[in-house]
Structure formats: structure tokens, C-alpha cells
Design a protein around this ligand. Sequence first.
Ligand code: UD1
Ligand code: CA
Length: 459
Amino acid sequence: MSARGLVLVVLAAGNGTRMVSATPKVMHQLAGRTLLGHVLATASSLDASGLYVVLRHQKELIGEYVWNNFPKAIQVEQDEIAGTGRAVEVSLAKIPAEFDGDVLVVSGDVPLMDTQTLNALVATHRASKSSATILTAMVQDPTGYGRIVRAKDGQVAKIVEQLDASDEELAIEEINAGVYVFDAKHLRQALSHLESHNAQGERYLTDVAALLVEDGHKVMAEIVADNWLVRGINDRAQLSEVAKELNSRICRAWQLSGVTILDPESTWIDVSVTIGQDAVIHPASSLRGLTAIGAGAEVGPSVVIENSVVQDMAKVGPFAYLRAGTDLGVGGKIGSFVETKNAKIGTGSKVPHLSYVGDAEIGEGSNIGAGTIFANYDGVEKHTSKIGSFVRTGSHNVFVAPITIGDGAYTAAGTVVRKDVAPGELGMNVAPQRSIADWVIAKRPGTKSAEAASKKKSK
Ligand code: UD1
Ligand code: CA
């Protein structure tokens, strides 16, 4: 390890105008995490003495998120002077004046940037003893990005923003990724000379490159190997492109670790999900939040699972919606058109068809009949239903919570269960059926039904 210090600055003060959103850009979701969350998670993994996050636009909202999820990050407020250069300047004001190591700057809207790339950039910067090292990318369509103008010797001469570039500069295919390492002392100096004579009237961090060169310092560029890592998100079209790429990487990683994913293109898996070996995920399924799928489990097609656990060898779907707090036991089943929420379903227990299971605890080996509703909400409060082990409930039951059904009990089809059923009892409250003879022939004469009934009678 080098003795040289490192601090990190994450830029997140911009307006994010191009998102056209009430939600700040860096708070938009990507694979179950905010854009800023992705960047801060990566930033937190580096060996740095300080992590600074610059905020301004909707700073209360973003600040609370940062405080709750990354409490070690130091929040810095940008003033009314706009620009990425100003954002770095206000952070430097918070960094101890005697600090003479390196400053790594990353953007809150470049979410796929990874730890290895950042560490490698810092290492290159130190090995070449540069004043600044800029991460760049070669792209076919550089529209919107700052262009890297290199001098004859290959060093960076300056960075030109899209709106300020000449036709010749616009044709440059090497772009600024918005990730930089600076020598802290040189950066402080250069920032104090920054002007805002540009199309946006902002203090651009990118202008630091030319200022350092003017002062006789060395500015280098390092081309990133994988362009996706530096994709910035300015609008929702870019957000969906990056989301698709990240999702395909997440699916591929699970496939390589032993999970069968039949159609990664229609399967969406958040970064925080875990999946066991030999699990099978069928198409059009979405696994969200802190969801854990066990080994050998089978999910889908067309299943949504949020913050839930599906234990080993269990089966879910097709067409099921597992909401937060569902825990399906080993070998259990949640079948088609079933919605669950805050429901613990024990080992081998099954809810196979057309049911709602909310605020329930079901033991092991039980079977819930088709079309059952757990009526957990009385309009004011939620209540729990407890179903024991090896229970068989009839089709089309309503469990009016709070309610307890004992081990080995049965309930009859069509029962509205309002009273507890003790172990081994049969619960039923169904009115006796009455059939009126020849009603159809008398009341619906001339219909196909009456005709069919008459034929049957005459035989
Ligand atoms: C910036 C770079 C551009 C680069 C691109 C890479 C500048 C002037 N341009 O352009 O060369 O190719 O990133 O993605 O730096 N921010 C602040 N305070 C501000 C303005 C912005 O903190 O006053 C933050 C934003 O929240 C964002 C980041 O800085 O996270 C970049 O700002 P953005 O406006 O997106 O810059 P780009 O136009 O993408
Ligand atoms: Ca951007």
C-alpha cells in the first residue's frame, strides 16, 4: 500500500433536468438500488480516508437517504454557483488543508463504475506521477459527453464540452467518463482559477485539465476497457439501456453460478437478490429487493417476488405475486394467481390456486383449498391467521382473522371461518343445500337447458 492518502468525492448536486422528474436523478432506481446507492456502494469499498458527497438539488431527500444507507459519507452542500468544478471546490474546502494525497472524483450518475477500475486508475495515476489522470472511453456516438483533446505527445491538452466544441472537436470519439484522480494540491490551485466562460455559464471541472497543462503539469488519460462501466445516465432512455445491461450481467453471473434462467431478457433480478444452486427461473419473472431463492427451487413463469424467501425445492407460479415478508418453506408451493404478504408457509405446505394469503402462519404439510382468502384487515387493523400442520382447508374459504386452526383440522368447502377450529375438528358453517325439483322445466321452458333436462327425465 502506498503511504499517499486518498479521498473520494461523489458529485450528486446537479438538477438532473433531463430526467424530467419530481424524483432527483440520482435517486432513480436501477436493479433495486438508487443510482447514487450503486456509486456509494462502490466508493465505500475503496481504501480512502474520506468519502464526500456533494448535494444541492433536493438535498434533504438525498441527504436522508445517504445518512440512512451510507452513514460514513460526509455530506457537503454546493452553493448557488453551478458546475462540476464548483462541486469539487466546495468539497475540497471540507478536506483538511494539509491533505496532500490524491482526490478521486466520480459522478453520482455513472452507476456501473466498479472498484477494480477505480483502484487501477489510482494506481496508474501514482505510477505515472501525473497531476491528473482522467478515465476516458472510445465511443462510436460521443454525443453529450465532453471530448478529450490530446496533445501530440499523447498527454491530455484539454476537455471540451459538447456545447462548447468546434466541429472538429465534436468528431473526437474519445470521451470524458467523468471519473478523475487529481493531485490534491494541484487541484486546489487550478480550481481557484476556474472561470465560467462557456455555453452553460458553469464552473466546469473539465477545465481543470487545461489549467494544469498551462501550469506545466502532466495530465494523462486512461481508456476504460469496458464502456458500460462509464455510461452516464442523463435521461430515462439511458436509464433503461443501463438497466438492461446490468440485468443481463446479473443474470449471467447467476447462470454461471449454477442457476437455470431460461430467458434472461425477460427476467429481472435486483442486485440484492440471492439464488441457490439448481434453482430454475422461468421467463417474465421479477425478483426484487432482499429476496432469497433456495437451491432447487422453481419460480415462474410470470412471477413477482419482493423481499421474500423461497426455500429449497419450493415452487412458485406461474402467475404469482409474493409481497414482502413471504417465507415459503422447503418443498412448499404457491401456485397460480396467488398473492401472499407477510405469510410464513411451512415445509411442504401448499397454496396451489387463486388465493390471497396475508398475515398468516401456516405449519407444515398443510393444504389451502383453491380460492381461499385470508381476511386479515378489519378496515382499521391487520390481524394474523394461524393454520396448524397437516391441515386441509376446503375450497373457497374465508379465514376472518384473528383465527386459529389446529393441527390436523379440516374445513369444509365454502366455509367462512369466523371461529377457531381445534385440532382434528371439521369446521363448517355451510347452510344445507335445497334443490327445487323441475324448476328449470317449469320456469325456463323452451330453453336448451329445459330441453336437456326433459330428455334426461324421459329416459
Ligand atoms: C459531465 C462532464 C462531461 C462528461 C460527463 C460524463 C462536466 C462539465 N462535464 O457532463 O465532460 O463527459 O459528465 O458522464 O463536468 N453535478 C454537481 N454539481 C453541479 C453540476 C453537476 O454535483 O453543479 C453533478 C451531477 O449531479 C452529476 C455529475 O455532477 O452527478 C455530472 O453532472 P452532469 O450535469 O450530468 O454532467 P454531464 O453533462 O453529464
Ligand atoms: Ca451526466
